[in-house]
Design a protein around this ligand. Structure first.
Ligand SMILES: Cc1ncc(COP(=O)(O)O)c(C=O)c1O
Length: 406
C-alpha cells in the first residue's frame, strides 16, 4: 500500500450551499485582528514567494506564509488561544471584546473584577504554549497537559511561561478527556482547540482567532498584484486550523475560494478517514499516533470544522512522515534565488505533499483533479518553525526520515 494516499472529493460544494461559514466572516475577522494588534508582540508574519520552486514545479506562483514569526512563539497557535481567552474574559466582564485590549485585561482594575482564573488545556506543544503565554501576559494561571512522547523542549517552553505542565501516559484525545475532567473537578476554564458535543463556544473563538493569518495572507497576496490564491494546502490535526482558513476563504471569496487540499499524517488521518467513509460523518482514529508531525497527531475531528472540510475541500491526503521531512528539507534548502524557510514537522507537511504531487507521476491523477498547472497560484502555510530544534536538525541536517519515494 502506498504511503501517500489521497481521496478526491467527488462533489465539493459551493459556499452558501454547504456548511455554514458565517462565524468566519470579515466582520468577525476585523474584531479578531484588532484584538491581536493590541499585543505588542503582534506583527504581520512574512509571506515568502518561491519563484524558482514554482518554475521547477510548473506552477504559476508559490507563496509560503511563515508562522514561525508569530508573537515570538514559533507557531501560529497563539492566535486562537489568545482570542478565545480574550472573548471568555469579555463575556465575564459583560462587554464586547472590541472594548478590550491586552493592556486593559492585565490592568489591576480589570483583574480585581475577574479575579484569578486558571486556564487548562491539552496540547501537542504549540496550542498549550499559546494558552500559557496568554495567561502569563494577563496575569492569570495555566495548567497544560501533553500526550505521551511529547518532546521535552516543548514542555520546557510551556514551563518557561510559569504554567504547570504535565506529560501524561495517554494519546492526545484521551488527554483531552482527562483535562476536561480535571478542569471540571478544579473549576478551571478549559481552552481547547477542538470541539465536541456540548463544548463549542471556546473552540469557535479559537478558530476565529486563526483567521488573522488568513486575512494577512489575502492582503499580502493582493499587495503582490493578485486577487487571491487559486490553491490552498492546509495541514490538519483536529481540523480547527484548516476549517478556519478554508471557512474564511469560503466566506470571503465565495465561489472563487481556492481549491483546497487537506493534508494529514497517515497515523492520525481522521479527516481523510471521515471523507473516505462517504457517510458525511466524522470518524475517529485511535492508537498512539506516533508521527513526527506532532501537531497533527490528533484522532478526533473537531465537530465544528468537520462539516466545512467535508463540504468545501477538494481533496484529502494521508501520508507518512517521509513527506513532512522532505517538505522541511525543500523549504530549508531552496533552489537558487529562493529564500530558505525554517519549517517544523507539522509546518512543512503541506510542502511535502505539494512536492510529491508536482514531481511524482504516481500523483498525476490528483494533480489533474486539482488543476495544478502553470496558471496556479498556490498558498501554503508553514504553521510552525523549529519548535523541536533537535528533531529539526536530525531531519534537515542529518537526513532522518529520508527513506521515501522521490
Ligand atoms: C504547527 C501546527 N500546525 C497545524 C496544526 C493543526 O491544527 P488543528 O489541530 O487545528 O488541525 C497544529 C496543531 O496543534 C500545529 O501545532
Amino acid at each position: 500500500m502506498s504511503d501517500f494516499q489521497y481521496y478526491i472529493n467527488p462533489a465539493p460544494k459551493v459556499p452558501g450551499e454547504g456548511a455554514d461559514v458565517s462565524v468566519l466572516n470579515n466582520e468577525v475577522a476585523k474584531k479578531v485582528g484588532d484584538f491581536h494588534r493590541s499585543f505588542k508582540e503582534y506583527s504581520v508574519t512574512p509571506l515568502t514567494e518561491l519563484k524558482a520552486l514554482a518554475a521547477d514545479f510548473g506552477l504559476g506562483r508559490v507563496w509560503v506564509k511563515d508562522e514561525s514569526y508569530r508573537f515570538g512563539l514559533n507557531a501560529f497557535k497563539v492566535l486562537g488561544g489568545a482570542y478565545a481567552i480574550g472573548q471568555y474574559l469579555a463575556q465575564k466582564l459583560g462587554c464586547d471584546i472590541s472594548e478590550l485590549s491586552r493592556e486593559k485585561l492585565a490592568s489591576p482594575e480589570i483583574k480585581a473584577k475577574i479575579g484569578q482564573i486558571t486556564f487548562a488545556s491539552t496540547t501537542d506543544g504549540n496550542h498549550g504554549r499559546g494558552v500559557a503565554w496568554t495567561a502569563q501576559q494577563l496575569g492569570q494561571k495555566a495548567v497544560i497537559y501533553m500526550p505521551k512522547g511529547s518532546a521535552q523542549i516543548r514542555v520546557d517552553n510551556i514551563l518557561a511561561t510559569g504554567a504547570e505542565c504535565y506529560v501524561t501516559d495517554m494519546n492526545y484525545d484521551d488527554t483531552v478527556r482527562m483535562t476536561d475532567m480535571k478542569a471540571k473537578e478544579n473549576g478551571w476554564v478549559i481552552v481547547q482547540d477542538t470541539a465536541w458535543e456540548g463544548y463549542t463556544e471556546i473552540p469557535t473563538w479559537i478558530m476565529q482567532g486563526y483567521m488573522t493569518l488568513a486575512v494577512e495572507a489575502l492582503e499580502q497576496i493582493k499587495a503582490l498584484g493578485e486577487n487571491r490564491p487559486t490553491h490552498l494546502f492546509l495541514q490538519a490535526g483536529v481540523g480547527s486550523f484548516a476549517g478556519a482558513a478554508l471557512g474564511f476563504m469560503a466566506a470571503a471569496l465565495g465561489k472563487d475560494m481556492p481549491i483546497t487540499t487537506i493534508v494529514e499524517p497517515d497515523k492520525a488521518a481522521c479527516i481523510y478517514k471521515s471523507a473516505t467513509a462517504k457517510d458525511g460523518k466524522a470518524h475517529p482514529v485511535t492508537g498512539d499516533m506516533d508521527t513526527i508531525m506532532a501537531g497533527l497527531a490528533c484522532g478526533e475531528p473537531s465537530i465544528i470544522s468537520w462539516g466545512m472540510l467535508r463540504d468545501y475541500a477538494a481533496a484529502y491526503i494521508s501520508m507518512s512522515d517521509f513527506y513532512a521531512a522532505n517538505g522541511m528539507r525543500v523549504l530549508a534548502a531552496p533552489l537558487k534565488g529562493d529564500a530558505p524557510i525554517v519549517s517544523g514537522e507539522s509546518g512543512a507537511a503541506t510542502m511535502g505533499a505539494l512536492q510529491h504531487i508536482m514531481r511524482n507521476p504516481n500523483a498525476d491523477e490528483l494533480k489533474k483533479a486539482l488543476k495544478l498547472d502553470a496558471n496556479s497560484k498556490v498558498l501554503i502555510i508553514s504553521t510552525e518553525g523549529d519548535t523541536a530544534p533537535e528533531i529539526y536538525r536530525d531531519i534537515v541536517w542529518f537526513g532522518k526520515y529520508a527513506d521515501g519515494c522521490k
